[in-house]
Design a protein around this ligand. Sequence first.
Ligand SMILES: Nc1ncnc2c1ncn2[C@@H]1O[C@H](COP(=O)(O)OP(=O)(O)O)[C@@H](O)[C@H]1O
Ligand SMILES: [Mg+2]
Length: 284
Amino acid sequence: MPLIETRDLSYVYSEGTPYEKRALDGVNISIEEGGITAVIGHTGSGKSTLMQQLNGLIKPTGGSIYFDGRDIWENPKEIRQLRFKVGLVFQYPEYQLFDETVRRDIAFGPKNMGLDEKEIARRVDFAAQMVSLDEKLLDKSPFELSGGEKRRAAIAGVIAMMPRVIILDEPTAGLDPRGRDEILSRLAEYKRMTDTTMVIVSHSMEDVAYMADSVLVMNKGGLLMHGSVSEVFSRAEELKSVGLSVPDVTKIFMGLKSAGVKISADIFTVDSGIEEIKRYMQSR
Ligand SMILES: Nc1ncnc2c1ncn2[C@@H]1O[C@H](COP(=O)(O)OP(=O)(O)O)[C@@H](O)[C@H]1O
Ligand SMILES: [Mg+2]
């Protein structure tokens, strides 16, 4: 049984007003426990709306969402509990950070869960360490942090709840390459340590190839594809037609293959590209 499933999920913003906007239309997805699922799609395709529905932040206007086999809106009183189990890191960390100090911000979730002071302190330390936030930063205002530090503080606030699923909505957007690598490597380490199920929205096909086990492709409020990294990236033309692409390294191998070179085009990361070139050289 998948950990998260949606059935005919729809969402209309400002329903019944002149500003009505259909953001999701009949979406059926399933997310397995333990994996990393990437969500890609053109801006406005409904990714953030879908992510906010998965953690119960906004209620579907049609269809249902199941977590662990249960309809999350069956008993609306339990939706708060769901948010502790499905942690969401917002697309804009500014929306997530609001407390006087970074420490209090990270403690916000565990406090709401009703944990005791000692456990809260332990989790704040663990979460801060997990995202490499320096101890010195914890007593600063979140607004004094750099872009990358804000992102990491927002991620720490979710890690501190130790949820079963962590959803990250564009966690590396707007960061320089170093900030990006830092976040991705910390997330990979957290994944290795805890085996937490992760859902990551990303615009970077390179990040998707590096992190994900499976990929959901959204287009105009609907699900266009769902498959492994290899299945999705092998459909390069279709991705192109909806404003997406494949990793640059994949383009090189696809180009070589279609030019007649006896090389695999099933290459999505630089490391696997190097291996494939070595294999090719040795085979000649
Ligand atoms: N608060 C809102 N009110 C009205 N329309 C919205 C709101 N948030 C998003 N939308 C619209 O819903 C659609 C999906 O948006 P969103 O889920 O943010 O997409 P994505 O994250 O893929 O860029 C877009 O057309 C967007 O303009
Ligand atoms: Mg978005």
